[in-house]
Write a protein that binds this ligand. Structure first.
Ligand SMILES: Cc1cc2nc3c(=O)[nH]c(=O)nc-3n(C[C@H](O)[C@H](O)[C@H](O)COP(=O)(O)OP(=O)(O)OC[C@H]3O[C@@H](n4cnc5c(N)ncnc54)[C@H](O)[C@@H]3O)c2cc1C
Length: 465
């Protein structure tokens, strides 16, 4: 009896419950991935993230080949491709890792319907999150969580399953399975928009985890908010595509000085997956009903373009937006600062920021991106008064990048600006500007808004509710 193992965003062989279960229950297994145009060219299309995906598929295919099997790569909707493949190899079951996003869930249902009664059995497995049943945690009242702290307490107590070793050997693919090839990005009609993306794949993900455990994890609590340091794990793209399992990451922390601070971040990921699972409507509208359609967001395209291009005149905001363009990734603290700047200082709809992030982020994850954008726009779960989430871009820089090492790395025009003026370069005298080779309005923009005034306007904007 044979079974398909339908890979989606679980592109690894280590700690893979669906792969292990299929191997136990069936003599032959056929690993398969479907390139689906509805995702590749949909609302959250992304050249950088697709490039990361293609590298991850190539790495997975190599791992499977090394174990005697291979990866069947199809191009088309899984409800068509999986049905054809299952028929060709006479599969009796399809094993896959359960997902939380509305699209993934409805796609799974379409596959189930396409197989119909009497077709192969569809078997969902855990593996996406640090805990197995992320949607199943319930408040005392029996409902889903909408506030992080109580979710965190319940998450801490949730059981963890034992990790699964990668199989040493796999059965060979049946002759009737056509392997296909991992295409190049251009063949999919997409372009790589970032210059220095991280490499995709389980091998790269495991190396990234190894580096973090060897160097930064002990100092994570102190280093995680300093964007100039490589104080965070950099694991987000690998977690997003499942190149490393969140369970393995959590269990490998060992006796680090402050593993709690790091585990808490893994819990934020699971929290937003829990939220999207229970509130799929969040994908398009505010979680807080009172704000839906009520805030008059600005449609200032010029200001939005300045934000996207890292030309706002606020060094920390500009450094973050240029890091995104260069690496397809941005430090968490700076994501918060640029998110606050877009939604509060510029008064632009959080959905515009969410979309731009999804275009460029290699870790772009619908649940985490949407949850964090709603959080920083003060319209989502885990609510706080609006003023608490209006971040001053200059004070944030003074606190988190006091010597300007991060800003100078990404905004070369500011390299020679003296420390005393770096967070507010427009305060330099004309002479200092000439000496620093940074004339405001010529080499680097004057601030596109006045933060103090913009803050007042933001409070007014939210007060309408
Ligand atoms: C506006 C905005 C948008 C964001 N969009 C995304 C996104 O699309 N995808 C994404 O993975 N993260 C997103 N984040 C969360 C966070 O910025 C990234 O997860 C983090 O910067 C990734 O770097 P790291 O792997 O070094 O993180 P670490 O600090 O090493 O954390 C370890 C892991 O915990 C998870 N994590 C950490 N912080 C958060 C958080 N606030 N929310 C959810 N999970 C978290 C990530 O999976 C991360 O890899 C966003 C944050 C903001 C403010």
């Amino acid at each position: 009896m044979s079974a398909l193992v339908w890979f989606r965003r679980d592109l690894r062989v280590n700690d893979h419950p669906a792969l292990s279960a299929a191997l136990q229950a069936h003599d032959d297994i056929v690993p398969v991935f479907c390139l689906d145009d509805r995702l590749l060219h949909g609302r959250h299309a992304s050249g950088p993230r697709t490039q990361f995906l293609l590298q991850s598929l190539a790495d997975l295919a190599a791992s499977l080949r090394a174990r005697g099997s291979g990866l069947v790569v199809c191009h088309g909707p899984p409800e068509r491709e999986l049905v054809a493949l299952a028929r060709a190899v006479e599969a009796r079951a399809v094993h896959f890792s359960a997902d939380v996003s509305p699209f993934a869930r409805s796609r799974g249902e379409r596959v189930r319907a396409a197989f119909g009664a009497g077709g192969p059995e569809l078997v969902a497995h855990p593996g996406l999150n640090a805990i197995d049943d992320v949607g199943g945690l319930k408040t005392q009242a029996g409902g889903p969580y909408t506030v992080f702290s109580p979710f965190h307490r319940a998450w801490e107590k949730a059981p963890r399953r034992d990790l699964l070793r990668a199989p040493d050997e796999l059965p060979a693919l049946p002759r009737s399975a056509k392997v296909g090839v991992v295409p190049a990005l251009a063949e999919l009609g997409l372009t790589q928009e970032v210059d220095e993306p991280p490499p995709g794949g389980e091998s790269a993900g495991r190396a990234c985890l190894g580096r973090f455990l060897a160097a930064a994890v002990d100092d994570y609590g102190a280093g995680r908010d300093v964007p100039a340091r490589h104080g965070t794990s950099g694991l987000s793209p690998y977690l997003h595509l499942g190149c490393v399992s969140a369970g393995e990451v959590e269990s490998s922390l060992g006796p680090a000085a402050d593993p709690q601070a790091f585990r808490r971040q893994l819990c934020w990921r699971d929290f937003y997956h829990h939220v999207l699972f229970h509130f799929p409507g969040n994908a398009t509208s505010e979680f807080q009903q009172r704000y839906r359609g009520k805030i008059s967001w600005s449609r200032a395209h010029g200001l939005f373009a300045a934000w996207c291009d890292g030309l706002t005149g606020y060094p920390l905001v500009d450094a973050g937006m240029r890091q995104l363009r260069r690496e397809g990734w941005m430090h968490n603290r700076v994501r918060m600062v640029v998110g606050s700047f877009l939604t509060k200082d510029l008064g632009i709809d959080w959905r515009w920021g969410e979309r731009h992030f999804m275009r460029l982020l290699v870790d772009g994850d619908q649940a985490s991106n949407n949850g964090n954008w709603q959080w920083i726009a003060s319209v989502g779960t885990d609510p706080q008064p609006v003023y608490r989430r209006i971040l001053s871009p200059t004070r944030q820089m003074a606190t988190h990048d006091p010597d300007g090492a991060y800003v100078r790395r990404y905004v070369p025009e500011l390299k020679r600006v003296p420390d005393a003026h770096l967070s507010e370069p427009w305060t330099m005298s004309a002479e200092t500007q000439r000496e620093a080779g940074c004339v405001i309005g010529v080499d680097y923009p004057a601030p596109i808004v006045n933060h103090a005034q913009a803050r007042q306007q933001a409070l007014e904007r939210y007060r309408v509710v």
